[in-house]
Every structure is written in C-alpha cells, then in structure tokens.
Design a protein around this ligand. Structure first.
Ligand code: TMP
Length: 213
C-alpha cells in the first residue's frame, strides 16, 4: 500500500492447501535476509482475536448463523489490524498474513451466500480500506485438501464438500477479478516449487519498491 512504508502480503486458499507452511517459509526467507518481517494468522493473531477464533471454530456452536459468523470474523480482523497490522506497516515491516478479507468473501460470501457487497462494506470498515500488496492463492482440489488436512475437523471444516467447492470457486472468482493482486498457484505442485514461485514474486515486489525510492 502506497501510504505505508511496509508491505502487506496475504496467503489464501481452501482447507489443506498448504498456505500455512508457505507463509512460515516466507517469513524464514525474509528474516534470513535481514528484512524486518512478521507473520500473523486470521482469525487470531492477537489475544482478543484468538478468543473470537475459539468461538468461531468450536463445533459445539451449531446454532451460529451466517450473519453472526461474518461479523465475528470481521471483529477479529478489526482488532488484529489495529493492534498489529497497521503499526507494523507504518514501521516499514513486511507483514505476512495467513488469511485476510478474501477468506470472508470466499467462505461467508461465496460459501454461505452472505451478500458480497455487504462483506466489502463491512470489510472496509474493519480494516480501514487496507488492501494487500500481494495475495497468494493456493488452489487445490477440496477433497484432496481435506484429506491432507487430516486430524479432527473444526466447525467450518465439518461443512459439506459442496460448501468447500463453492469456497474454492469463490476464491478463483476473486483472483479473476483482481489478477494484479492475487496470484493463483497450483497447490498440487511440490512445496519447493511453490515456494520458489512465491519468493520470485516477493523479490519483485521488494525490488519495485527500491527502484521507486
Ligand atoms: P485456518 O484453518 O486457516 O486457521 O482458518 C480457520 C478457519 O476459518 C478455516 O476453516 C477458514 C475459516 N475462515 C472463514 O470462514 N472466514 C474468514 O474470514 C477466515 C479468516 C477464516
């Protein structure tokens, strides 16, 4: 974002796509090069937002409606942005975020049928117009992703395959609408291949910045 010294890079994708592994690797890569960087996740990242995460993912909360769910994701995000993201970007840090607003568009908008324009409006309010400089969308077959994910499923993961397919298609629609920001990566490729592609895009982003200063 032009008004901040730092850069904001987000990772998105459906369950088990490998984004958490790649975001951790990117942080190691940046730190090893002496670049001030930080990794946070959504929902969560700061104490209040981690508490909201527990409510959101608790599979006992079967009565939670989609409006409540959407607002809770936004509430967690608003707190995290205020406490962590904006201060880091002002300082010139590279902030890497495992999920951001696109997740709400994909999961609650395309997945649950919440009005996408309402999500955009709420999102703007929650994040004060912040838009990632770069977003990596790791695209993977949903069945394969859920299989890779393994373990006990949370409230969202327990949803039907049809739901997860709508989320995946939603992500692809977002990427199609914003090809400059959202880079789609084939999640079937090896971890090393994916990481190499991510690093080259991040290097480009950082180099562009240096050439303008
Ligand atoms: P995680 O498994 O990547 O940590 O994300 C937690 C779950 O929350 C995952 O199933 C995706 C879901 N989610 C939404 O439904 N909407 C959102 O806005 C975010 C950030 C996550």
């Amino acid at each position: 974002m032009a008004q901040y010294k730092g850069k904001f890079i987000t990772f998105e994708g459906s369950e088990g796509c490998g984004k958490s592994t790649q975001s951790r690797r990117l942080l190691e890569y940046l730190s090893a090069r002496g670049i001030a960087s930080r990794l946070v996740r959504e929902p969560g990242g700061v104490a209040i937002s981690e508490q909201i995460r527990t409510i959101l993912l608790d599979k006992e909360n079967t009565r939670m409606n989609r409006e409540c769910e959407t607002l809770l994701y936004m509430a967690a995000r608003a707190q995290m942005v205020e406490e962590t993201v904006l201060p880091a970007l002002r300082e010139g840090t590279i902030l890497v975020c495992d999920r951001f607003l696109d997740s709400t568009l994909a999961y609650q908008g395309y997945g649950c049928g919440v009005d996408v324009s309402a999500i955009c409006m709420m999102g703007d309010f929650a994040v004060r117009g912040l838009v990632p400089d770069l977003t990596f969308l790791l695209d993977l077959d949903t069945e394969e992703g859920l299989r890779r994910r393994g373990g006990e499923r949370d409230r969202i993961e327990l949803r039907s395959l049809e739901y997860h397919n709508r989320v995946r298609q939603g992500y692809l629609s977002i990427a199609q609408a914003e090809p400059q920001r959202v880079i789609v990566i084939d999640g079937r490729r090896t971890v090393e291949d994916i990481f190499a592609q991510i690093c080259s895009r991040v290097d480009l982003l950082l180099a562009q910045d240096r050439s303008c200063s």
